[in-house]
Design a protein around this ligand. Structure first.
Ligand code: 5GP
Ligand code: ZN
Length: 113
């Protein structure tokens, strides 16, 4: 997908602080972190959002698996973390490439504001 910032980050066209990569997924630090650790996990294939992701849920499985690996890698297993997928206008999605926020290193309240 041309002109998609997360496609460009995922394929290395734009440099980022890469945390994790496999054949299907890339993960890198958020530019504007909302927590001491704030990583974005994205499928390498372009989907605008979760509604566009395949019926099989394959990209979501791959992202969730990456989150488990990253949790181990960054020491988030003990205290936990938050995973968020913003979708559309009401969801507050600003980048139209499916992504999962992984945030840790502090406690979050619920419900989110
Ligand atoms: P959304 O609001 O769509 O759920 O999340 C988009 C996230 O992408 C935001 O947290 C924002 O800080 C992050 N972001 C936007 N542009 C860039 C970028 O060029 N590089 C990185 N690493 N993060 C970005
Ligand atoms: Zn994209």
């Amino acid at each position: 997908m041309e002109d998609c910032i997360f496609c460009k980050i995922a394929n290395g066209e734009i440099p980022s602080k890469l945390v994790y990569e496999d054949e299907a997924v890339a993960a890198f630090y958020d530019l504007t972190p909302q927590a001491p650790i704030h990583v974005l996990i994205v499928p390498k294939r372009h989907y605008a959002d979760i509604l566009e992701a395949e019926e099989s849920g394959a990209p979501l499985n791959q992202m969730a698996r990456a989150a488990k690996t990253i949790a181990r890698q960054l020491g988030l297993e003990e205290n936990g973390f938050r995973l968020v997928i913003n979708t559309g206008a009401d969801g507050g999605q600003t980048v139209p490439h499916l992504h999962m926020h992984m945030m840790g290193g502090r406690a979050f309240g619920w419900p989110a504001g």
